[in-house]
Ligand binder design. Sequence first.
Ligand code: 13P
Length: 249
Amino acid sequence: MRQTIVAGNWKMNASKETVNTLVVGILEGLHNVKNAKVIVCASSPYLSQVEALAVHSQLNLGAQDLNVNASGAFTGEISADMIKDFGAEYVIVGHSERRSLYGETDEIVANKVKAALDNDLTPLFCIGELLEERESGNTEAVVTRQINAVIAKVGIEAFKNIIVAYEPVWAIGTGVTATPQQAQDTHAFIRSLLAENDADIAQTTPILYGGSMNPANAEELIACEDIDGGLIGGASLKAEDFLSICKAG
Ligand code: 13P
């Protein structure tokens, strides 16, 4: 039995005031979340604030990206140790926005997954196809390439400590959600790819769905056999909406 995981990806949306309101709001309702593990992924300047607010709570903290190097002359970057310094245990890796806007290739993403794992951070490893890739029937080829790049780098055993997030790029921030059937089909395919390497690990690896998940569609998506929770963008910025998704798990 896989535990439901709901993670908020705040992206570049925060101020001290909104972070305070949001985290206090989440903490107020968290006792009503019975099943899901709840994670929020904040921008680096706010990790410290979330750490302080969420101390001794069930709320887990993550970052949104990391640099593969331990330290040094990498202006503007953050390392795994810096992330851990603020009590964060998770890091989003390979989000489609980083792949498309910042040129992150499968190789770069695989190296970041490895850097996270080597430093005891759990990567939320994102994959997903573009609209034109889905329309041309290439969804499975794309996710196969993305998954295999990471398996080649870290090995299948490492998936014991990896959370996969399937985020069809056409569904991110668009209000167009994959139908439960579309999402379930791709999730089942991803699990079958993992199973080609190790059947037991395929059964235990969490695969989250991301892309316009909201309180209205979360329950139906998370109820699908191979969908183990969500990676939530827009709807994670309001405590009420985020909690309602957390309760759907
Ligand atoms: P939205 O929920 O805003 O579509 O964003 C999804 C996402 O990119 C989470 O990482």
